[in-house]
Ligand binder design. Structure first.
Ligand SMILES: [Zn+2]
Length: 316
């Protein structure tokens, strides 16, 4: 069964993690190998290095053509960091290996840094995940449901239209037998225009959309066959076998998020929290390589200054 394959696979044990990434040199070497697998390439002109030297412990290169100097963290998500790379790597390890989400508070405790520092670090890593997952497309048999983040414990109107909740679409690509393969979690109001936009970006042919009776989802099926099941919402929908994959995924997602995070963060940073969940879900079959893949994505990601991270201006 797919769930067992995920649950019982061998991850990256802490002993092995420390062997590779337990020192600053080990982390720097891993970043260099990720960013410049064929050797240094000048980020300004594309030229090779003329020389390398160390400054304040960090390895620098100077370009042979334009004389530009940079280290492996220049122009990446790690730029200007005051934290050692070992802290970044440990954070990325913890954020990708644990079954449930790791909050900034817990991350701060594990790394021995303040909540503020841990929060910023976590959101920078989540931003790398968001950018990496931004072009994700699903095809084949795709179960789609509407869902909400946050607000459930604060009372108020239940269901669609409730205030203080972040609406999002959960779309799960399955095998023909209904086993979940990949997923997209996208913040989206349930209007025809918004769902159209989601479908154009995240769904590809060949496509069979399985959804409930919510009218706007017919838009999602524009390019494919729409296998529509009117459930009336609530527990009836949960029981329908046609929705088993998306319901299981949503249930796990809510457990992981609600047990870890404060609702107030959801509203402002929902795309990042959803992307974190999506990133991990779509790599859940390979926990041994998830860290090295995230390191590579981080080495390729542009710097994201703290004010921009806090402003949470997303441009989907
Ligand atoms: Zn150059």
């Amino acid at each position: 069964m797919a769930t067992n394959r995920v649950q019982f696979q061998r991850g990256l044990p802490m002993s092995e993690f420390l062997e590779h990434y337990g020192t600053e040199d080990g982390c720097e070497d891993a970043l260099i190998a990720s960013r410049w697998p064929q050797g240094f390439v000048c980020p300004v002109c594309g030229g090779p290095a003329s020389c390398s030297f160390r400054r304040e412990g960090r390895l620098y290169w100077q370009c042979a053509s334009c004389r530009h100097q940079c280290s492996v963290i220049s122009g990446t998500i790690f730029e200007s960091t005051k934290l050692p790379l070992t802290s970044w790597f440990l954070a990325m390890h913890l954020l990708t290996q644990s079954k449930n989400n790791v909050s900034a508070l817990e991350l701060g405790r594990q790394l021995g840094v303040s909540y503020k520092t841990a929060w910023l670090l976590k959101h920078k890593v989540m931003e790398v995940m968001r950018v990496r997952e931004d072009t994700r497309q699903l095809s084949g048999r795709v179960e789609i449901d509407d869902a909400y983040l946050g607000g459930e414990l604060s009372g108020g109107k239940a269901g669609r239209g409730c205030e203080n909740k972040v609406p999002f679409i959960a779309a799960v690509q399955t095998t023909e037998a209904g086993q979940p393969v990949r997923a997209c979690f996208v913040q989206c109001s349930f209007t025809k225009e918004a769902v159209d936009k989601f479908a154009a970006k995240s769904l590809a042919r060949p496509l069979t959309v399985v959804s409930d009776g919510l009218g706007c989802f017919t838009a999602a099926a524009g390019a494919g066959v729409h296998e529509r099941h009117v459930t009336g919402g609530g527990k009836v929908g949960v029981k329908l076998p046609q929705f088993r994959a998306v319901n299981t995924v949503l249930s796990n997602l809510k457990t992981a998020l609600c047990g870890t995070y404060h609702a107030f963060d959801f509203v402002k940073y929902a795309p990042r929290y959803l992307a974190e969940a999506q990133y991990r879900f779509n790599r859940r079959f390979d926990l041994r390589s998830i860290l090295s893949r995230l390191v590579r994505a981080a080495a390729m990601a542009s710097p994201c200054a703290a004010p921009l991270i806090r402003a949470a201006e997303f441009h989907p």
